[in-house]
Design a binder for this molecule. Structure first.
Ligand code: FES
Ligand code: FES
Length: 167
């Protein structure tokens, strides 16, 4: 029986250069978890539905279970660990805590990355926009109201700060 082919990939993960040998079928989420030990990227459905595996690839959120590790060759990946260490989503993380927007926490890293992209791209997002934006991220604990409250709180705080800085 022939061995499965492998490929060497080189990429930047959370600011660190990585070079690893992967099989062509290994998806990015498995690569992050198994090769790099970054277990904050979770796996739920493994077919693009639940959003638990959300990471950033070259600055855009993607589903880590739908991207192959070989597709991340020569690209930049950011995970919840990197964003937490850089404190780049600290407002959202604090709001999630303040609003009790996590129960088991399984969906939280995906929710946070998804919410962060909304806030960056649509700073004037309404509550309805928030609900729609996170509708592709499932929370099995069904804590959606608290999650929406937390995201809206960050949007409102940013809008207030922008208003005050222009007065
Ligand atoms: S595990 Fe990737 S979307 Fe569910
Ligand atoms: S907090 Fe448990 S799945 Fe969302």
């Amino acid at each position: 029986m022939s061995e499965s082919p492998t490929k060497v990939i080189q990429l930047t993960v959370n600011g660190r250069s990585e070079r690893h040998t992967v099989t062509p079928r290994q998806h990015l989420a498995d690569f992050l978890r198994e090769n790099l030990g970054l277990k904050g990227t979770h796996l739920g459905c493994e077919h693009g539905v639940c959003g638990a595996c959300t990471v950033r690839l070259d600055g855009q959120i993607v589903r880590g279970c739908l991207v192959l590790a070989v597709q991340a060759n020569h690209k930049t990946v950011e995970t919840i660990e990197g964003l937490t260490a850089a404190r780049s989503i600290v407002e959202l993380q604090e709001a999630f805590l303040a609003h009790n927007a996590m129960q088991c926490g399984f969906c939280s890293s995906g929710m946070l990355l998804t919410a962060a992209e909304l806030i960056e791209k649509h700073p004037m997002a309404s509550r309805e926009d928030v609900r729609l934006w996170i509708s592709g991220n499932y929370c099995r604990c069904t804590g959606y109201h608290a999650i929406v409250d937390a995201i809206c709180a960050v949007i409102q705080a940013r809008q207030k700060a922008t208003l005050e800085s222009t007065e």
